[in-house]
Design a protein around this ligand. Structure first.
Ligand code: SF4
Length: 331
């Protein structure tokens, strides 16, 4: 068994909402509500779910760009949640993030050379500005851009090129782990494949580990070794990619997979259409949070929260159908 690079236990990130006039109690949005997983060195864990399910908040909480409310995050065995600002800064050279919108995350007043040079200087990489300039040129080459781009500003690049700059900034500081938060969802489909291939190439050449967050299951399928499916702040199924696609267990996973388009005209798929919208995380349904949309729900689902069931090594599901205490209700 590989040594986990990252271990997340019972992670919760809650946001209090504004007090409503007649309401004595302040409401709480449970954006991340008790998440557990490990990521091994060199693997890609895909996290998929509809928008608003808490996957981006989870990614930012791991880096402490948003402070988690409870839980443990261990990176290379070291607890992240209790680090002071100085140690947190050091840790951030090991854990980087690539954002969805590269344009918003790049300073429009700085050239690409300055953006990447600044990342190197912040983490004391490169002795002199000349040395850093050489490193910047090298970085541009690694992400498929020409060194002649060094003096250009972000607005002079296409969306795909800007995302390459975002990736170059992330790898500039030699991280072990990159959290990619919807890194291709703002790009044209033709450019998406190029950026996904770049992620794959860099993983192999630099020995990187990824948490790859996306709402599109076909994108996550392309890059991941294992996949976690999120719904209303929880991972409802965690599995090896092949098993997840061959035999999805959770009804929500079944619905997501049924909606993935296939190029095989002989592949027969009955699309599962979920009724209703995703409930608000400020007032999640009782019992199983998915019960308002689930085609298999029973009375127990409305009243009792499902436990995390290990159905086989490394395969977890949050559903009463797989719980020996309740499965008879589904026969
Ligand atoms: Fe559906 Fe019940 Fe399973 Fe929830 S616990 S996913 S409602 S069958």
């Amino acid at each position: 068994m590989n040594q986990p690079l990252l271990s997340v236990k019972d992670l919760k990130t809650y946001f209090p909402t504004k007090k409503i006039f007649f309401n004595k109690e302040r409401q709480v949005i449970k954006a991340v509500d008790g998440i557990n997983f490990q990521v091994n060195k060199g693997e890609t864990l895909g996290i998929v779910g509809e928008s608003g399910c808490g996957k981006s908040t989870m990614g930012r909480s791991i880096l402490r760009l948003i402070e988690p409310t409870e839980g443990s995050i261990k990176f290379e065995g070291k607890e992240v949640t209790t680090l002071n600002q100085k140690d947190l800064r050091k840790l951030r050279s090991n854990m980087q993030i690539v954002f969805q919108d590269p344009f918003a995350s790049l300073n429009p007043k700085m050239t690409v050379g300055s953006i990447l040079g600044e990342a190197l200087a912040t983490h004391q990489l490169g002795q002199s500005s000349k040395e850093r300039k050489e490193k910047v040129k090298e970085l541009l080459g690694k992400v498929g851009l020409s060194p002649i781009h060094i003096e250009r500003y972000p607005h002079e690049f296409s969306g795909g090129q800007r995302q390459r700059i975002g990736i170059a900034r992330a790898i500039a500081v030699n991280p072990a782990l990159i959290i990619a938060d919807e890194p291709v969802s703002a790009l044209d489909v033709s450019v998406q494949a190029q950026i996904l291939n770049l992620f794959q190439d860099l993983k192999e050449t630099l020995g990187l580990t990824y948490i790859f967050i996306a709402h599109d299951l076909s994108v996550v399928k392309h890059v991941s070794d294992r996949i976690g499916v999120m719904y209303l702040g929880k991972i409802v199924e965690l599995s090896d990619k092949k098993q997840l696609f061959q035999n999805p267990l959770h009804p929500y996973t079944q619905a997501l997979i049924s909606a993935v388009p296939t190029l095989d005209p002989d592949a027969k798929k009955d699309r599962i259409i979920l009724s209703g919208d995703v409930p608000s995380p400020s007032s999640p349904p009782s019992g199983c949070a998915f019960h308002t949309r689930c085609m298999y729900r029973k009375n127990v689902c409305e009243n009792v929260k499902p436990r995390e069931i290990t159905v086989s090594p490394g395969r977890l599901v949050n559903c009463h159908m797989y719980d020996e205490d309740y499965f008879v209700e589904f026969l």
